[in-house]
Design a protein around this ligand. Sequence first.
Ligand SMILES: Nc1ncnc2c1ncn2[C@@H]1O[C@H](COP(=O)(O)OP(=O)(O)OP(=O)(O)O)[C@@H](O)[C@H]1O
Length: 236
Amino acid sequence: MNETRQGTPGHGDAVLRAEGLSRLFRAGSRTLTVLDGVSLSVQAGESLAITGASGAGKSTLLYLLGGLDTPSSGRVLFRGAEIGALSAARRARFRARSLGFVFQSYHLLPEMNVLENCMLPDLALERPDPARARERAAELLERVGLQDRMDHRPAELSGGERQRAAVARALINEPDILMADEPTGNLDSGAGRRVLDLLLQLAEERNRTLLLVTHDPAVAAYCGRKRVLKDGVLEG
Ligand SMILES: Nc1ncnc2c1ncn2[C@@H]1O[C@H](COP(=O)(O)OP(=O)(O)OP(=O)(O)O)[C@@H](O)[C@H]1O
């Protein structure tokens, strides 16, 4: 009903594949079915926007795809390996090495400055390289226009500046897949376009995958492909 097949089922060259994802939440005696058998497949170098109304389940789906939440049924495969079946250590390694995640509420650490926040994912690697991370963080912060804010703490930034810092941080480990939850929600159209351009440039230049969720059709139009989440299933 809502499957996009690319490559042969089971492997092909999909970098990420979701099969029959459902997510139910219990609220008292009621059960809320937010996702109801969602399947999708994304390739290296591809950009995909998942769009839909507020409350449609976009963030819920992105969390499942990033292994940050567990589906009620169905599975997510990264390069053919089921994320849910990985040991905790291997799942942590997948997140640190292969996935960059821009959260809707940024999740910047308040006691660290922007540069330190941006360097943080380097610490989760098996072999951290702080000198290289510092250099790359400075480079990325410059690309998102925060070169003059590196020693500021998140509380000293505007909402849009925090969002750009979160984008830079998600890119620090050069992830295979970049997932972004409303990456331009707090940016004016000029700054939003620059961030989108940067995300797409990185995906294209380095054959990385960009997966973003947004309620904004204009943002979705930037991506190579778009799917609409409605009533728990993916259309289009
Ligand atoms: N932990 C939870 N417990 C109960 N219900 C939840 C939980 N998380 C999400 N929901 C519900 O699931 C639905 C989808 O939420 P989700 O945040 O995924 O939507 P969204 O499409 O990202 O919305 P928005 O565009 O407003 O951010 C909502 O109705 C929400 O109330």
